[in-house]
Structure formats: structure tokens, C-alpha cells
Ligand binder design. Structure first.
Ligand code: SME
Length: 176
């Protein structure tokens, strides 16, 4: 087992402590779900965010489907292009929302969430899912979070292996 150490109070410094520890945890494991589950747990413990987790692309339904997370009960399926998560998937871009109630297409899984960041995960040029983080505080996330969570998305995606049976279908339908 890995012993985790977090001591930094500054956000960027905390990311610089946390990311190598997540990298070390996922380096020992090839199972994608196990790695996402431990990543959500480490992020929750280190940052104390309200909700942190993953949605993965399901090309059969053109939806994001809930994957490992930490926090309260969440919406299970999000259509392509809908909500902050679906938009991050559709655009292939990180979305930072300072006030979710001012966002025209935010999907509220909890009324306590006030701000959000969603970072797409890519395997080669295919969007395979998103990392979603919610806060009870307004304007919790900024370019520092976008930078380091983007780095984290790359660390995770390196461990992603598409099941051979899925390769053609996902590869074809994920590309825009
Ligand atoms: N707020 C997200 C939905 C997922 S939950 O926040 C966990 C959205 O608008 O896509």
C-alpha cells in the first residue's frame, strides 16, 4: 500500500505533491476502473472537494456514464453536448464554471454545488471520458486547476487500454 503525504497549503504546491503520488499509485495497476477509483479517493482526501469523479464515454448510447467517484449520489448518464460534462466532451476542452447557476446548461446533480471544472480525458485523439470536480464554493477553480488536472488526465490516460473488441467502434464514433 502507498502512504500518502499532503502538507502544502498553497494550491499549486499541493497539486505538485499530489500528482506524483497518484502517478505512483496508478503505475502499479493496469485496471482502468481501479485507477480511476483510487484517483478520485486521493483527490477527495487531498483537496476536500464536494464531489470528484469520472464519467466515461459510452458510444453505444452517445452518453457519458458515471464511473468511480467520491461524494454524494450523482446523475448516471449525460448526453453528448449536454451539461458542463457533455460540453467538455463535445468540445474536447476543459470547462471552468465559476458559478454553475449562471451556466445555461449546467446539470445539477446536487443543489449544493456552486462551481465546477470538467477536464476531458484523451487516449491518442479519442475522448474517452471526463474528470469532473464540483465545489460548494463559488469560483473554486481557475487556470491552476485546469493546468494540473490536465496533467493528471494525461497521467491517467497513459494507463488506459481499450478492450480489443471495442477498438473499432470507439475509435470510429469518438472522433468528431
Ligand atoms: N454538473 C455536471 C453534471 C455532473 S455532476 O456535477 C456530478 C454537468 O453539468 O454536466
Amino acid at each position: 500500500m502507498h502512504a500518502l503525504h499532503f502538507s502544502a497549503s498553497d494550491k499549486a504546491a499541493l497539486y505538485r505533491e499530489v500528482l506524483p503520488q497518484i502517478e505512483s499509485v496508478v503505475a502499479d495497476e493496469t485496471d482502468w476502473v481501479a485507477n480511476l477509483a483510487n484517483t478520485a479517493a486521493v483527490l477527495k482526501e487531498a483537496f476536500g472537494w464536494f464531489w470528484v469523479g469520472f464519467y466515461l464515454v459510452d458510444t453505444r448510447t452517445d452518453q457519458l456514464v458515471l464511473a468511480p467517484f467520491q461524494g454524494p449520489l450523482a446523475c448516471t448518464r449525460i448526453p453528448f453536448g449536454r451539461g458542463v460534462c457533455g460540453q467538455a466532451w463535445a468540445k474536447g476542452e476543459t470547462m471552468v464554471v465559476k458559478d454553475v447557476n449562471a451556466h445555461p446548461d449546467h446539470i445539477a446533480c446536487s443543489s449544493l454545488s456552486r462551481s465546477e471544472i470538467v477536464v476531458p480525458l484523451f487516449s491518442d485523439d479519442l475522448c474517452i471520458g471526463v474528470l469532473d470536480v464540483d465545489s460548494e464554493h463559488l469560483a473554486q477553480f481557475d487556470e491552476t486547476d485546469a493546468l494540473y488536472l490536465g496533467e493528471l488526465a494525461k497521467i491517467l490516460a497513459k494507463r488506459f487500454k481499450l478492450p480489443r473488441s471495442e477498438e473499432r467502434r470507439v475509435g470510429k464514433e469518438c472522433r468528431s
